[in-house]
Write a protein that binds this ligand. Structure first.
Ligand code: IPD
Ligand code: CA
Ligand code: CA
Ligand code: CA
Length: 285
């Protein structure tokens, strides 16, 4: 209805405000010494800034929207279940690219997505190093700093630049499949494959047409929620690695400017399996 439409529009204004504020906190934190610890594996980093920024975002939003639900990477890590219900839900990655943040490698973002009845309504991504703001709302187009953006219309894979990311698993069997997938795409031949260390910013590069396709196994719902709206509103395709519809909790995605490009990637990939984000037994669906 137009009433809920207006309401989600107001939510989005708040999301933009809080993403920019959080992004500036990250921008400042980059200049200072970071307190780094590890989570599930020695390469799964977390810093005090990740936790502080998530706290800042969620407490600000909860204040304004007390009845909404919140899924945030760092709160989920603290044992909160990660499942999507029909309620208005905010899906938050306070710092996407923590490893980059630790190294001051300039690809770090704040990502805020919003879903109602399990449908993504809008997404906001703030690039903390250069202050670029990516925004999109369902049915209203995608923007970079307020300027309309469009995906690449390239259909020919031999002219494609492809982006991917390494998930959490680094065991030999996983790395074997991971590098096999890259080798296959390189020898296709495509123009190249890039890994920038931030799923959300890589996806924003698909939305602006800077690259033709993106795929990843092992990402989480907070890596893809905001970006999926941005890519779709920029005219692109976001699907499951099987070729079916995107499942936010499935830990895998293919995104591309065109269906042809997306389908090509789908056909090339050998899958890597990850436990779902909502795999908790007795999960509330
Ligand atoms: C990670 C980054 C990385 C990707 C991982 C993500 P984080 O997010 O986006 O590029 O390869 O799958 O988990 O932990 O820095 O928010
Ligand atoms: Ca993380
Ligand atoms: Ca992330
Ligand atoms: Ca993160």
């Amino acid at each position: 209805t137009s009433e809920s439409d207006k309401c989600w529009g107001e939510c989005m204004d708040v999301a933009v405000e809080v993403a920019c504020r959080a992004g500036k906190v990250v921008q400042e934190a980059v200049k200072h010494e970071k307190s780094v610890s590890t989570k599930s594996t020695p390469t799964d980093l977390v810093t005090e800034a990740d936790q502080q920024v998530e706290e800042l975002i969620i407490s600000t939003l909860r204040d304004k929207f007390p009845s909404h639900r919140f899924i945030g990477e760092e709160s989920s890590a603290a044992g909160e279940k990660c499942f999507l219900t029909d309620s208005p839900s905010w899906i938050i990655d306070p710092i996407d690219g923590t490893c980059n943040f630790v190294h001051s490698f300039p690809m770090v973002a704040v990502s805020i997505g919003f879903a109602v009845k399990k449908e993504l309504e809008f997404g906001v991504i703030y690039h903390c190093f250069d202050g670029t703001l990516y925004t999109a709302r369902k049915g209203h187009g995608a923007f970079c700093n307020g300027v309309r953006i469009q995906v690449s219309k390239e259909k020919d894979v031999s002219k494609a630049l492809i982006l991917t990311e390494i998930g959490a698993k680094r065991d030999p069997a996983t790395l074997n499949i991971f590098s096999g997938n890259i080798m296959k795409l390189l020898s296709a031949p495509t123009h190249g494959v890039r890994i920038i260390g931030s799923s959300t910013l890589a996806l924003c590069l698909i939305a602006t047409g800077a690259a033709e396709a993106y795929y990843q196994y092992g990402l989480h719902c907070w890596d893809i929620a905001a970006a999926a709206v941005i890519i779709r509103e920029a005219g692109g395709v976001v699907i499951d690695t099987s070729g079916g519809p995107l499942d936010l909790m499935s830990r895998r995605v293919v995104a591309a400017g065109t269906h042809e490009m997306a389908n090509y990637i789908v056909q090339q990939l050998q899958p890597i399996s990850y436990e779902r984000d909502d795999s908790d037994p007795g999960v509330q669906k």
